[in-house]
Structures are given as C-alpha cells and as structure tokens.
Design a binder for this molecule. Structure first.
Ligand SMILES: NC(=O)c1ccc[n+]([C@@H]2O[C@H](COP(=O)([O-])OP(=O)(O)OC[C@H]3O[C@@H](n4cnc5c(N)ncnc54)[C@H](O)[C@@H]3O)[C@@H](O)[C@H]2O)c1
Length: 357
C-alpha cells in the first residue's frame, strides 16, 4: 500500500488534538509538512509530532511535489482560499467544518475540486460516530420510511471557544455558535434525512452573554502557544433555524455556546415507519411491531475515534477514487442553510427563500 503523504495547514486545536494524532495512528498516512503563521507554535508542533518540514507560508507547503493531500485546519475565513489553492496545486483536500459560510463559497470550492479531479471532503466528523452510522443503516434499509421532520441541536451552557480570538471575531469566523457547533448537528440530520433540497429558512440569533462571557476552554490551552486574542466578541452565542424542504419535510436546528440551559447534543427524527432519539443518554429507535409500540436500543460503539474514522475514509477515497461521504451538493446546501439562517436573523426572522440567496 502506497503511503499517502499529507501536509497540514494550521497547527492549532483541531490539528493537535484531531488530525495529527489521527494521521499518526492511521496506517498508510504520513504527515510530512505543516504550515502555520505562528512561528512559535509551528516549531513546537513540528517537534512534538516529528514533522520534518515546516512553513510559515502555506503556499510553500502546496509547492511540495511529493505531498498528495492536505488538511485545512485554519480559521473559517481561510477555508475557501486555502482549499481552492490546494486543489489547484493538485492536492486532495479535507477541509474542517464549517467548510463554507455561504453557498457561493461552497460552490467555488466544489467547482475547483471538479476542475482538478482531486478528492474534496468536508470534515463533518460527527457523521462517523457510531450512532450516526447505525441510524444511517436503519434508514438506508428503509426501516424509517420517509423522514418528514427532524429536530436537533448542539447546546452548551458555558462554552464559548477562544473568547476574544478569531472564533468570536465575525470578520474571521463569519459567525458564532450556529456556524461552529450548530453546523455539526445540522449536517448530521440533513445527511440522515437523505439531503432533500432546501427551499426556505427562518432563523434567529442572540448574543446574551456579551458582557459576561466566559472562555469555554477550546482550543485547549496547550495548543494556544503564541496566539493573539485582541478581545473582540461580536458573534451570536445562541441561534435557531427552521428549514423547509422541497419534499415537504422540515427541520429545526438550535445551537448555543452559552445559555442558562442543560447542555446537550441531541437529535430526534420522525419517520413514517420509525423514529429515533439520540442524546447524551444514548440512542433509541421508536417503531411498531405486531400492533405494539416498540422501543429499540441499538448497540453503539463509544470507542470510535470519529476524526480517525473520518481521515481513514479520506484515505480510502483517495486510494479508490470513490466519492466521499460528504457529497458536493450536501456541502453546498448545508452552507446555504446556515447563510439563510443568518440572513433571516438579520431581517427580523423573515423567511428567506434559498433561491434568493
Ligand atoms: N471537527 C471538529 O469538531 C472541530 C473542532 C474544533 C475546530 N474545528 C475547526 O477547525 C478549524 C480550526 O479550529 P481550531 O480550533 O484548530 O483553531 P485554532 O485557533 O486552535 O487553530 C487555527 C490555527 O490556524 C493558524 N493560522 C491562521 N492563519 C493562518 C494562515 N494564513 N496560514 C497558516 N496557518 C494559519 C493559527 O495560527 C492557528 O494555529 C476551524 O474551522 C474550526 O471550526 C473543527
């Protein structure tokens, strides 16, 4: 098996606690280069993970002919530029969530991927969780019938990431909790629903914790070496959205970085034949058999490292040429839904038609 040679752009939290250890633990993948503008962090991470080449300018990493694939692990505003440049340099690309914040940005990345003939994958790692995979198998086996409603969320009580740094600076993050963690819940439900075409979205956003915000501890302290936190906090800490699809189905999404609420990550699916609830207590499937209501508790495997499973899938796609689990239209539609939630919130919750974005 030929080793896939990887370059990682961005040496922060998700690189150090996600991509780098996962690549190290995946046979047939080797990180040969890393790039970060923060020289101190770059030197520390290259040394810690034994990465032979390091660059403060990621363009130099892309010029390395022996690199097959790139992980984009930088702040959101850089995803479009870096993904497109990497694809145009002939690299396969996995880009961290949220891949894009606007449908137009997602479309530009997908167009570059199609023109390059390289694999492009969105790093929506929650699809690789055991419960997600179990549910997908039930659904693909027809056990749920048609899913006509889904609601879910990713709710933190006090969990604002990198307070005062890029995460809370709209010019760099493009948004707050909806974009950061809501997108995980949205993407997973949307994928399980079979990715119907979104037609209309309404949404609201709040910033209730601007003056008494508390840093939530991500990125982990050991990964913040040399980072600058100018103290800006101009993004939402709570958001919700309601989405209507062309097939008549609807979806409700909520997310919070901070709130006086019970923290949870949950999802409820309503299908004509069966439904499901997944939350911090586990997974339940609700059905009917022989005239009885039936609750099933499918076994899930909590040991799965979702980032490792995601990167192993990336490697498999590179080797086989098969389409990644994150299909191009799904990446575009998730970006359009988020864009429409923000647009609706800016317009007092008015319904936004996806075709008008
Ligand atoms: N999959 C997940 O669950 C998950 C979890 C956390 C973060 N993320 C995503 O990963 C991305 C990075 O988040 P993070 O938590 O690692 O942030 P971070 O701030 O810890 O790391 C980002 C790194 O990018 C570097 N960087 C900035 N500009 C650069 C440039 N021009 N060239 C090279 N490097 C540059 C920074 O110096 C920093 O080291 C974000 O898009 C975030 O949404 C995903």
């Amino acid at each position: 098996m030929k080793t896939i040679r990887i370059g990682v752009i961005g040496a922060g939290g998700i690189a150090q606690h996600g991509h780098l250890p996962a690549y190290q633990n995946t046979p047939g993948m080797e990180v040969v280069a890393i790039a970060d503008i923060n020289e101190k962090k770059l030197a520390y991470v290259a040394d810690k993970f034994g990465i032979p080449r390091k660059f403060t300018d990621y363009h130099e990493l892309l010029q390395q002919d022996d690199i097959d694939a790139v992980s984009v692990c930088t702040p959101n505003y850089l995803h479009r530029e870096m993904s497109i440049n990497a694809l145009q340099a002939g690299k396969h690309v996995i880009c961290e969530k949220p891949v894009a914040v606007k449908g137009e940005d997602a479309q530009a990345i997908i167009a570059a991927a199609e023109a390059s003939g390289k694999i492009f994958m969105g790093a929506f790692c929650q699809r690789f969780g055991s419960a997600s995979q179990v549910l997908k198998r039930f659904i693909e086996d027809g056990k749920f019938g048609d899913i006509y409603y889904a609601k879910g969320g990713y709710i933190r009580r006090r969990g604002i990431p990198g307070l005062g740094g890029w995460f809370t600076t709209k010019a760099k993050s493009y948004g707050g909790c909806m974009l950061d963690i809501g997108v995980h819940a949205l993407d997973r439900m949307y994928w399980l629903m079979g990715a119907p075409e979104p037609v209309a979205v309404s949404g609201t956003t709040f910033q209730a914790f601007k003056d008494n915000a508390i840093d939530g501890g991500w990125p982990p302290v050991d990964t913040r070496i040399g980072d600058v936190y100018p103290g800006i906090n101009d993004v939402e800490d709570m958001a919700s959205g309601y989405v209507k699809f062309a097939n008549g189905a609807t979806l409700l999404i909520e997310s919070s970085w901070a709130g006086n609420c019970e923290p949870n990550s949950y999802m409820q699916l309503f299908g004509t034949e069966a439904g499901a609830l997944e939350d911090s207590r586990g997974l339940k499937v609700f059905g009917e058999a022989a005239g009885n209501l039936l609750d099933i508790e499918p076994q899930v495997d909590p040991r799965i490292n979702i980032v490792q499973a995601e990167l192993a899938h990336f490697a498999e796609c590179i080797r086989s040429g098969k389409q990644p689990l994150t299909k191009p239209q799904e990446i575009i539609n998730v970006a359009k839904i988020i864009e429409a939630v923000y647009k609706s919130a800016e317009n007092g919750g008015k319904q936004i038609l996806i075709k008008d974005l």
